[in-house]
Design a protein around this ligand. Structure first.
Ligand code: AMP
Length: 280
């Protein structure tokens, strides 16, 4: 695996690769890699000749500075993990390399930016769009792979690519889970043993809420989630919504229509976890 820290060196290499007619798949990450990330690498490897993974903890997408400070960083372990997974290129730039100037860019995602993650993490998607656009311009991949664990993020990236008039294909990949159902996340490593056990409740609550929504209606499902989270003093619900999976508009009817998805953000101690589950 080749490791680049400088944009010019990476672009020089990719120019040669592309001149040979090879396709490039791209997996942007913030590191502290787990098998969820590796699944994106594997999917990229199946359809692209060369797979590039980036590790960059993007400061502009953290609305909470304490969250940025405590974000896990383990570059050597990550590099070994990627090498083992057969990744071809690792790009690990510094903040100065990615953002040589302090110029802030503003993006307009309209309704999509005002709900769920957009509502509770002001500025987050603007930061995501800024870094993904920058990385797309650097790597110029044919395809880019994102996890549907960050469901709303995938929708934002698809909207971004449209706004950029770009031909990059955005591939949404399934959520990888631990054996107890918890969605894999770099943030899971920050949970204490007690919190990690409590976190197991999140996917369980989602599965039960899905059944309730389908059998008894959305209101009962929402009430159930409120009650379950309320019972555990270390848990705090930020949102639980059942939305149209194409628009992320909240479903106001009590019955579950076709193409609905449940999305949750919940704190376990200081650690914020998100998850989602399609209802159909
Ligand atoms: P992150 O490093 O958290 O920014 O994530 C980098 C990419 O990995 C994003 O596209 C995430 O959606 C994806 N990802 C994170 N966790 C998972 C998971 N459990 N399963 C699949 N993809 C994931």
């Amino acid at each position: 695996m080749l490791i680049f820290t400088k944009i010019a060196d990476l672009r020089g290499f990719l120019k040669e690769i592309k001149s040979l007619g090879q396709s490039v798949g791209f997996v942007p990450t913030m590191g502290a890699l787990h098998n969820g990330h590796i699944s994106l690498i594997s999917i990229s490897k199946k359809t692209c000749n060369i797979t590039v993974c980036s590790i960059f903890v993007n400061p502009t997408q953290f609305n909470d500075k304490a969250d940025l400070k405590r974000y896990p960083r383990m570059p050597e372990k990550d590099a070994a993990f990627l090498e083992n997974a057969g990744c071809d290129v690792l790009f690990m730039p510094s903040v100065e390399e990615v953002y040589p100037t302090e110029k802030k860019e503003a993006y307009d995602f309209d309704y999509l930016n005002t709900v769920l993650e957009g509502k509770f993490r002001p500025g987050h998607f603007n930061g995501v769009a800024q870094v993904v656009k920058r990385l797309f311009e650097i790597v110029e991949p044919d395809k880019a792979f994102f996890g549907s664990k960050d469901y709303q993020q995938v929708m934002i990236i698809k909207a971004l690519v449209k706004q950029m008039h770009s031909h990059i294909e955005i591939v949404s990949c399934p959520i990888l889970r631990e054996s107890d159902g918890l969605a894999m996340s770099s943030r899971n490593t920050l949970l204490s043993k007690e919190e990690r056990e409590i976190a197991t409740k999140v996917p369980k609550i989602m599965i039960e809420a899905k059944q309730l929504a389908l059998n008894k209606g959305i209101n009962e499902a929402k009430q159930f989630v409120d009650n379950e989270v309320e019972k555990v003093s270390l848990m705090k619900l930020e949102y639980f919504e059942i939305c149209n999976a194409d628009t992320l508009k909240t479903i106001t009817d009590n019955n579950v229509p076709k193409n609905a998805i449940a999305l949750i953000a919940v704190f376990v101690g200081k650690i914020r976890l998100i998850d989602n589950l399609p209802l159909n």
